[in-house]
Design a protein around this ligand. Structure first.
Ligand code: CTP
Length: 414
């Protein structure tokens, strides 16, 4: 699960490093948000090294990814350890003075707070009232342990041992312990923080005359799922949508196009600035050599022959122009045939196109009449590298598949 670990300014902050260790060993993905005061006790480098993520403190760090909201939204569980008396007062008042305060207001995940302070402070009526307020609101408050405090005194107020805190967190979140591989696969948070991702989606339409066109069955669902999953993971996302009627999530830039030529010019001005380009759109391979300016009329009983010309392969252009660090992802919607299986065709295409990754999925209608790929909520894909070797495979909702694809993108960028 994704755990947000808030650390506030108490001497017991060092114990939270062990809590973080235990959670990581169990396979959980932990983001640490220390308060500014807590950095007097344990430095940011400790949190960043142990969690493998940045450990921001202030609301105004990394603003483009709107992390003050996203951190809270993405967490499966929130843990604050140690929680000082001042922090409990801030939380009870619903204040958003720093990043941790913001994240706590933005989360709908269960919250476990572990107070640690001197006994007199813990017993102070103001602290007692704040703890009662938090409990009334459904916040889980772990009773401090009794024992030696910072000075020579002892009593209730010690931060419980890391194992006790982790057990309380698992109990609260209904989590048995180690993270399952499926969970680990379902997208980490923040791995695409601030990364510029450009996604094409939908299917282009090539006009025949003012009323007719040559189109394809692509719905745009998978491309939109990739865009929304990337946004969730912190990316700045732009979508070039070809004839997609679906709405897109907030905070995603959208450019609508109709034809392959329009998609090409939309890409030309944006691809260079992108860190990742995902070509999920079904781009027409052919267009009319000459589009009729007026509606074509039926003439006599004869058939109609249309002259088509090839469109440029936009993916190949992207691959040719890409910088070393840019990741270009292509899609291959395949049906098997007498010359090879879906994967044979995919591997051949991966080598031919040279994209960093090629997402292969089977499309069409199976012999049992089941629709695959286009317009369906689920998908089943194999991700190949530019040599045609399998780097990931999986099936599930288009959102789950989107995360699987982004996991491969993330691994390439690491
Ligand atoms: N693509 C593209 N420009 C085109 C055609 C396709 O950029 N003119 C991209 C698609 O967006 C997709 C990938 O190339 O990411 C594979 O598309 P596909 O139609 O499967 O490939 P083709 O090269 O057209 O191969 P096929 O002969 O199987 O149609």
């Amino acid at each position: 699960m994704r755990v947000l670990l808030g650390v506030t300014g108490g001497i017991a902050a060092y114990k939270s490093a062990l809590v973080l260790r235990l959670l990581k060993e169990d396979g959980h993905d932990v983001r640490v948000v220390p308060t500014a005061a807590s950095l007097n006790f344990v430095g940011r480098a400790t949190w960043e090294a142990l969690s493998g993520h940045p450990a921001p403190t202030e609301t105004f760090e990394n603003v483009p990814s709107v992390q003050h909201v996203r951190l809270g939204q993405r967490a499966d569980a929130v843990l604050v350890a140690p929680a000082t008396a001042d922090f409990l007062a801030q939380m009870a008042a619903g204040r958003a003075t720093d990043l941790l305060g913001n994240a706590l207001l933005a989360t709908e995940a269960p919250v476990l707070v572990c107070p640690a302070m001197h006994t007199e402070m813990w017993n102070d009526p103001a602290v007692v009232a704040n703890v009662a307020t938090l409990r009334e609101r459904g916040v889980h408050v772990l009773e401090p342990a009794v024992g030696r405090l910072t000075g020579p005194d002892s009593g209730p107020g010690r931060l419980p041992d890391p194992e006790v805190i982790v057990a309380a967190l698992y109990e609260m979140s209904g989590h048995g312990g180690a993270s399952s591989p499926a969970e680990a696969n379902h997208g980490t948070w923040g791995d695409l923080d601030g990364v510029r991702v450009l996604v094409t989606a939908g299917g282009t339409r090539e006009p025949i005359d003012p009323v007719r066109y040559i189109g394809n069955r692509s719905s745009g669902l998978q491309g939109f799922a990739v865009a929304e999953a990337a946004r969730e993971r912190g990316a700045q996302v732009t979508v070039i949508a070809a004839n997609v009627t679906l709405p897109l999530g907030e905070g995603i830039e959208r450019v609508d196009v109709e034809t392959a030529a329009q998609m090409q010019s939309a890409l030309a001005s944006r691809a260079e600035r992108a860190d990742v380009v995902v070509m999920a759109a079904a781009v027409a391979d052919y267009r009319l050599a000459a589009v009729s300016e007026s509606k074509l009329k039926k003439t006599g009983d004869s058939g109609l022959t249309l002259e088509l010309e090839q469109t440029p392969d936009l993916l190949q252009i992207l691959v040719r122009l890409k910088s070393e660090s840019q990741v270009v992802v292509g899609f291959a919607a395949e049906t098997g045939d007498a010359t090879g299986s879906v994967l044979d065709h995919g591997a051949h295409k991966a080598r031919r196109k040279g994209a960093d990754l090629l997402v292969v999925n089977e499309v069409g209608v199976s012999s049992t009449g089941q629709k695959r790929g286009f317009g369906t909520p689920d998908n089943s894909v194999t991700v190949l590298n530019s040599q045609g070797a399998v780097v990931a495979e999986g099936a599930g909702s288009k959102v789950a598949v989107a995360h699987l694809i982004l996991d491969s993108v993330s691994a390439l960028r690491a």
